[in-house]
Structures are given as structure tokens and as C-alpha cells.
Ligand binder design. Structure first.
Ligand code: HEC
Length: 103
């Protein structure tokens, strides 16, 4: 089945391309896309009521997400988002946004 073979090869090449991106700690793309709806794919929010995440301190981002998760920082959407993530994902997302160029 040559067509399937070609599809598999381009899939494998896409995976390879993803792995050579400079951002090593990239979390699963689904969560980045979820965040992007509000915070932008580049970490720059389009809505004036949403904070930019790009270039923010990694530790700060991590602490805020853990606080949302624990309900210590109150915000309905962010609590929901933070609770659906593992601690490892929160750490990876913090590294991802901290590595993006700030506005
Ligand atoms: C529905 C819109 C929405 C989505 C989706 C969303 N956020 Fe947020 N986020 C916000 C808003 C609004 C705030 C500001 C909360 C406040 O006022 O305390 C915020 C705050 C934050 C903060 C704290 C920033 C700061 O400067 O203190 C972090 C970190 C964060 N979000 C990360 C994420 C991540 C990671 C995701 C994806 C898993 C995500 N957010 C998804 C709307 C959203």
C-alpha cells in the first residue's frame, strides 16, 4: 500500500521536525491550543482582560497555575484549566511560555 506508506513517512517526518524545535519542554499540543484561545499561541493575549504569558518568569507561571489548581488564586476558567492538567504539564507549559519572546 504505497499511499499509506507515504502517509506514514510524512507523519514520521512531521514528528521528527517537531522534535528538533528549540522548545524541548513542549507540553502536549492540545493543551497549548486550549490556552491559545485566550492567551494566544504566541503567549500574547488578544483580549485586554487576559494576561500575556510570553516571556513571563517560569517560576511565576508555575506558581500561579498551582495556585489556580488549589483554588488559592480564585478564577473560574483558570481553575478549571489548571485542574485538568498534571503537575508535569503545568511545569512544561510554564517553560514553554517563559521561553517565548515577550511583547
Ligand atoms: C477562557 C479563557 C482562558 C483559557 C482557555 C486559559 N486562560 Fe489562563 N487566564 C485567563 C484569564 C482571564 C486570566 C487572569 C485571571 C485573573 O484575573 O486572575 C488567566 C491567567 C493565567 C495565568 C496567570 C498569569 C498572570 O500573569 O498572573 C496563567 C499562568 C495562565 N492563565 C495560564 C494558562 C494556561 C497554561 C492555559 C491552558 C492550559 C490557560 N491559561 C487557559 C483566561 C484563560
Amino acid at each position: 500500500m504505497p499511499r499509506l506508506g507515504r502517509t506514514l513517512i510524512s507523519f514520521a517526518m512531521a514528528l521528527l521536525a517537531l522534535q528538533t524545535l528549540p522548545l524541548q519542554a513542549e507540553p502536549r499540543t492540545s493543551s497549548i491550543e486550549e490556552c491559545a484561545a485566550c492567551h494566544g499561541l504566541d503567549g500574547i493575549a488578544r483580549d485586554s482582560e487576559v494576561p500575556h504569558l510570553a516571556g513571563q518568569n517560569e517560576r511565576y507561571l508555575y506558581n500561579q497555575m498551582m495556585a489556580f489548581r488549589a483554588g488559592k488564586r480564585a478564577h473560574k476558567e483558570m481553575r478549571y484549566m489548571a485542574r485538568s492538567m498534571s503537575v508535569a504539564e503545568i511545569a512544561a507549559l510554564s517553560a514553554y511560555y517563559a521561553a517565548l519572546p515577550p511583547r
